[in-house]
Design a binder for this molecule. Structure first.
Ligand code: FAD
Length: 422
């Protein structure tokens, strides 16, 4: 990628632009091999990004200066770096293209994707904040909420003055979230909610959660639930070894009462939830690209400086083959992401296309990250080298927003016309 360089604090990290053209020097006598050749944007997939899209991309890159000193410690200690989340709000990196009343112009799908990519290239937990706060919570309010709900929440959420959560998954309903059992029963001029939600990002540390619940007619409705509502109990899930820098919660709702004004008026069934999920799935594809880019860059830099058997790793044919394969995967991911952004901009993105991008990119990123980890040898398992964190975080991307297999089932249904989910 050819946007301005960012500064990183580790020896093995580099930037896209720092992989600048220079003459490859694989001579046996050289102690190091200069990182040579073109940038990670091998096909110039993003070379035409300009104007507001470019500005958003550049803004996301500046987050690196604030974040790099802190993300490893946050991950290691499983602490939520709220100061970085606030910084993301200041930089307008949380809205994921959702329009904000009285706010700046919404990001295009391309710009929102580039932001997702760039933040994930820095840190997966921070990228997941954008996915949860903007991608899921704000998008639910934008697509399905009332003007009053939008006015009350979208600005504060975009600016990170408030933290929001999206409560769909339940202990007994993950991939089959369509079978959710949380109940919403009419009570006077409001609703009483009962049930449990699992894996809810920001669910124990935020201000509000959108709770998806089934009404007495069996239809799925959404409700804006304050996290301090009586009967809302959330405990942070511990023992995670992926995305340790953002907490997820197990939420128990016991006779939680909310007024009718808390119901999302345009959410009538699970189909409406799916509209939100489709848009966010595209963002996960972009995030996977960001993770993979970071890993490739670290591997390339390491291969250029690590000397074994008297020569830099980068001078060995096997290593070059692996780097070429990794770069090929990046190119494939870039093309997927660019294409779905263009389809989205044209209003033509179909759910199965978002699923295709999500599954292909997370699969490819997992392989690139594992390969990079291996190329760094023992150093690859050290947090300070910024690869193992990406590798571990990609495990969550592989699963959330619909697992790898579930995306394939969505694509399979569109190919064959036959649903094979059950
Ligand atoms: P399961 O559904 O039990 O799946 C287990 C395995 O079975 C998977 O490999 C799956 O692909 C496979 N499988 C399931 N059904 C089929 C089938 N029919 N055919 C073939 N294979 C099948 N949810 C939220 O609502 N809000 C959040 O903010 C949120 N954040 C998350 C953050 C993290 C870190 C994680 C891990 C999850 C988060 N989730 C969130 C939940 C996430 O969306 C679910 O974990 C996901 O949908 C999978 O559900 P599950 O974990 O119950 O796995």
């Amino acid at each position: 990628m050819s946007a301005p360089a960012v500064t990183r604090t580790t020896s093995t990290s580099t930037t896209a632009t720092s992989i600048a053209s220079s003459t490859p020097t694989a001579a046996a006598s050289t102690a190091t091999v200069a990182a040579a050749g073109p940038t990670t944007d091998f096909y110039d997939v993003f070379a035409d990004v300009a104007g507001a899209d470019r500005a958003a991309w550049d803004r996301a890159r500046t987050l690196a200066d604030d974040a790099f000193p802190d993300v490893n410690e946050a991950w290691e200690k499983a602490e939520y770096p709220l100061h970085l989340v606030r910084r993301m709000g200041e930089l307008d990196l949380l809205a994921d293209g959702v329009p904000v009343p009285g706010g700046s112009a919404p990001l295009s799908p391309l710009a929102a994707g580039l932001v997702n990519m760039e933040v994930a290239r820095i840190d997966g937990s921070l990228a997941t904040v954008t996915a949860v706060q903007g991608g899921l919570t704000m998008r639910s309010l934008h697509l399905l909420g009332s003007p009053e709900q939008q006015e009350e929440w979208l600005g504060p959420l975009a600016r990170a003055e408030k933290l929001g959560a999206f409560g769909l998954t339940e202990p007994a309903h993950g991939s089959d979230a369509v079978g959710l059992e949380t109940s919403a029963v009419r009570s006077g001029d409001g609703w009483v909610l009962n049930g449990q939600k699992r894996w809810i990002g920001n669910g124990s540390v935020g201000d509000m959660t959108i709770i998806w619940a089934r009404n007495e007619e069996g239809k799925v409705n959404g409700f804006v639930v304050p996290q301090d509502a009586p009967g809302y109990a959330a405990e942070t899930i511990t023992g995670k070894v992926s995305l340790r820098g953002i907490p997820q919660a197990l939420i128990t709702l016991t006779d939680v009462w909310v007024p009718d004004a808390a119901r999302l008026p345009h959410a009538h069934s699970f189909r409406d939830v799916s509209r939100v999920l489709m848009a966010t799935r595209a963002g996960i594809a972009w995030a996977a690209l960001g993770h993979a880019t970071a890993c490739y860059e670290a591997a390339l830099a390491h291969a250029g400086t690590r000397v074994q058997f008297g020569r830099p790793l980068a001078s060995y044919q096997l290593v070059q083959d692996r780097l070429a394969t990794m770069l090929g995967s990046l190119v494939t991911m870039q093309l997927h992401c660019r294409r779905i952004a263009d389809l989205d901009t044209a209003g033509r993105l179909r759910p199965e296309q978002a699923s295709m991008a999500k599954v292909q990119c997370t699969r490819a990123a997992r392989t690139v990250a594992a390969d990079a980890r291996d190329l760094l040898g023992g150093s690859g398992i050290l947090l300070e080298n910024h690869v193992i964190r990406h590798l571990a975080d990609l495990e969550a991307l592989h699963t959330y927003e619909g697992t790898d297999s579930v995306q394939s089932l969505i694509i399979g249904r569109s190919i064959t016309g036959v649903g094979a989910f059950a």
